[in-house]
Design a binder for this molecule. Structure first.
Ligand code: B12
Length: 266
């Protein structure tokens, strides 16, 4: 156990463990599911904080997670290094990493691993970094003792629900189709009412309103990850390009469409 902690501690600050047994009934159906090691025993959850400080967001026109280098790339680089180091120490075992495009319901797995609580906005809130974090994980057939803490939930102060532009967080069951973040990511024509919301918020990709309203984010600490600090580019334009950005997977057309919506052209 100490060996594992020493390896993890070399590459990341916040991590936790939960048993795969607890997660396996809740896997997300996706192609990546087939990569889970046979006989998986443990999920190692790792957090990647990305908050840059309020001053960095003055001219922001996308949500904060998209103002830095694509987190899929950054977290995968870390996860690869950690998996390789673990593999070197435990050559008999498998270590398969996932980041976002994952069969693991990451917020639940992270909450189960004790690295935060589940907010009413559906996001993981870490004590130090608030919800401004990305989650990645390594699934392994190595048995690592886990505390298996219960999933803690936030006290439901209601602020995220009030702040939600579409009101979807107030509904009994969260419908992703009505989440503004999802709407900005969809192809095709955006309904007029949502265009108005995007324009009023000045946000051409994603949505941060529930997170900005969360009291646990008031004193969130800034990231120390150089990959995010050095790549900060909060003002996206048609010329920025999509390479290396969180919206790259969606293609140029969608971000250009959205930039038009938030600009005066609409
Ligand atoms: C699809 C997706 C979206 C969709 C839908 C989100 C949703 N809430 O359903 C959209 C596009 C809307 C979205 C938006 C955002 N997302 Co998103 N998203 C995902 C993704 C890829 C999958 C989530 C999912 O579909 N889960 C499946 C559904 C069915 O989950 P569910 O409703 O919670 O149901 C499960 C639970 O109920 C669970 N369950 C129930 N009881 C129990 C009990 C136990 C013990 C367990 C283990 C499980 C469990 O089982 C169900 C089935 O899996 C995750 C990455 C991942 N692999 O988890 C990122 C992820 C959740 N997103 C992330 C981010 C950053 C965002 C945005 C903040 C981006 C932005 N600024 O716009 C917004 C936030 C919007 C919001 N308030 O949710 C981060 C969240 C980080 C954090 N702090 O928590 C994640 C974890 C990606 C990452 N790797 O960092 N997202």
């Amino acid at each position: 156990m100490e060996d594992i902690k020493n390896i993890l501690g070399k590459y990341c600050e916040v991590y936790g463990f939960c048993s795969f047994e607890e997660i396996k009934e809740h896997l997300i159906d996706c192609r990546a599911k087939s990569r889970i090691p046979q006989n998986a025993k443990t999920v190692i959850t790792i957090l990647f904080p990305y908050y840059l400080g309020e001053e960095a967001y003055e001219n922001l026109n996308v949500s904060r997670y998209a103002a830095v280098r694509d987190y899929h790339d950054v977290s995968s680089e870390y996860l690869l290094r950690i998996s390789d180091a673990l593999k070197e120490k435990y050559p008999e075992n498998e270590f398969v990493f996932f980041a976002d495009n994952s069969p693991i319901p990451e917020v639940y797995a992270a909450a189960k691993s004790g690295v935060g609580m589940k907010g009413k906005n559906g996001l993981l809130i870490n004590e130090k970094y608030g919800s401004w974090i990305f989650i990645g994980e390594i699934v392994t057939d190595l048995y690592i003792p886990c505390e298996n803490s219960e999933v803690r939930e936030c006290p439901d102060c209601g602020k995220c629900k009030e702040a939600c532009p579409t009101g979807v967080l107030k509904e009994e069951k969260f419908d992703p189709d009505k989440c503004l973040s999802h709407i900005t990511q969809k192809k095709g024509e955006i309904p007029e009412e949502y265009k108005t919301m995007m324009k009023n918020l000045g946000c051409a990709w994603g949505c941060d309103e529930c997170q900005k309203a969360c009291p646990y984010n008031i004193n969130a600490e800034k990231t120390t990850l150089e990959e995010f600090i050095m790549s900060a580019n909060p003002e996206i334009s048609d010329d920025t390009g999509i390479e290396g950005r969180a919206f790259a997977w969606r293609g140029e057309k969608v971000i250009k469409r959205n930039l038009k919506v938030v600009s005066d052209e609409f």
